[in-house]
Ligand binder design. Sequence first.
Ligand code: DGJ
Length: 697
Amino acid sequence: MSIRFDQNRRLFRIDTGSTTYAFAVSEQNRLCHVYYGQTLCGEGDLDSDLQQLTHSENRRGVDDDPLQMWEYASSEPFDFLTPAVLPVFSATHCGVSLRYTEHQLSDHQLDIVLRDPEQSVEVVLHYRLFHTPGIIARSATVKNIGETPFHLHAFFSASLSLPSDNWKASYYTGRWGAEYSLVHSSLSQGCFTLSNRRGTCASHQCVPFVALGNNATEEYGDLFFLALAWSGDYQIHLESDASGSVRITAGISSEDLDLSFSPGDSLTSPEVFIGFTPNGFGGMSRLLYDLEYDDLCIRKDSEPIPVIVNSWYPYEFSVTQENCIEMIHKAHSVGAELFVLDDGWMKGRSNDHTGLGDWWPDPERFPDGLGFLSDACHACGMQFGLWVEPEMVNEDSDLYRSHPDWVLHVNGKKDAVMRSQFLLDLTNENVVAWSIATLNRLLSSCRLDYLKWDMNRYMSSPAIRGNVRFYYIQNLYRIWSWLKTAFPNVLLENCASGGGRADFGMLPYSGRINRSDNADPVDVMKIHEGFTALFIPRLAGGAGNICPSPSSINGRSLPLAFRALSGMTGSMSIGINLNHCSPSELEEIRKYIARFKELRNDLHNSYVLRLRSVNESKLSILEYLQRDGSMVILFVFGHGLRLHEGECNIRLRGLAEKAIYTNESGLCMSGSALMHHGIRVGLQGDADACIHVFHKM
Ligand code: DGJ
């Protein structure tokens, strides 16, 4: 891995171990993108591209069409695409033409200072490398270096230009309870935009992410991808010209953005992680996994995510001290390691109309306080976790009665309600201070090992100004960052009505991401496939990854074996009411938890290979391949199978051809046999699943 500046060629070259990313300083000192893709070996490989650079700067006529490959698009002559940065100085004066000024580079970081000689705007482009080869994080800082204020109407993290091809954009869309469906769209001349306007989160509808390829498959084909580390409103513009070249401009949404910069002010954009793989969607997932395992995730590989029992699916708002204590004992007896007291514990919170904002235990239902439950957990060697939703308030709450002005307003009026709740205005410093003080009080009041931060509504309207949307999320990150520093040992789960905040902005803070409120394993066959395309399996949280039957979400009844194996594919939590289980059911659950604990370290340090997608068949076949190759665990799920539809030979991937692998019944097979001949599986009926474990000898 290296970052270099070739003085003679005026060429910046970032070699990530598997890719080369290159851009150059033009004659007129503009930064022009030159190449991104598989590693180039020769020093002079890009010389002919460099000779073309001046052409971009000197338009000859209207037939002169190729898309201009600016490294960070500003307002350049005849560039008709979206500028990455748009400062506005007055009603008649906007835009900058950025020129290279200087740079600083180290082994892992490059900062390039760009200025407009006639304006008081400085933009610094940042490029950051990781342990993970193939990924670059890009961001930008804007600074007012003059003496008069200006406003920013657009501030994207990066532009990225790709040469002409038949580009297809692939992205993960859906809705609550049915998140992360992979969708492909062919790009044609014009602008295609992925975006979020809901303010608080995006991932129910569309994860802030895009991949670009030309018919890449699961394991083959070039794929460029880009993941934005932002949990609010975003835009990813894909602008194609007549030749099929495309420029991607990605970052916070510029809709109605109007950030003011006084002299000396500066602001840094969120990062985008950009990557390239020649190995299709599987290769993309493995690069993202390496990035998460080795660089982004806060939880170390050596700290297993505990097996959780959560009160939500069993009791919802009828949770009480008595039923919790009973559940804690049952949870302990089946081998669970952490009990989460979910929604419903606060003063008056017996339904969703009341109690949000008053973060005190309900005196009638929890007469001995949270400490009593925490002590009960710790007394039997378990940990204790608590649900909170600090961004919200019900109108029927003491907090609202004392601070009605703290809720987010739209055009001077309170926002419309959703789930009977208002958003607190996180752009108000008093709200931030209250939020930190409340969390501090709660986390110090008893021994808390886990905090589930929920968020159950969207902003109602684009009439909430762009700046409010932006600063809301910035301040949210400030609070999460305080939490991480003040309580480093508390495991934070990020939940937003399930998977609304399954995004890369949350990765530095949360060790568990709620995958979806929908834990029905047949639906999970699809949801988990999408989630694990982007995120490592140990992040795949939720209130009950082993869900109740019938499922409270879609009413489907399924056998425990199927539900338990589904739970094992993510971060295990039990949503079954253990207080209502028979001794034999508890015993069965205990066995599955024990089995999961045996495999957990391997499952949670694996790549997930999608051997067969539920989008293409009735089977979902997932191979969990240990990163060091020492073990492979195969899950096969089938639903609604006609006779013979569940019979197949499954050929594994990524093994060592000559190594011998042995399974738990002593069968020995070479990697070549497992990969080329495969293993025979026969599932049948409406919900059948199996697991196969192979160790490398
Ligand atoms: C939505 C979450 O996704 C659920 O797990 C649960 O915590 C409820 N909110 C509680 O209101």
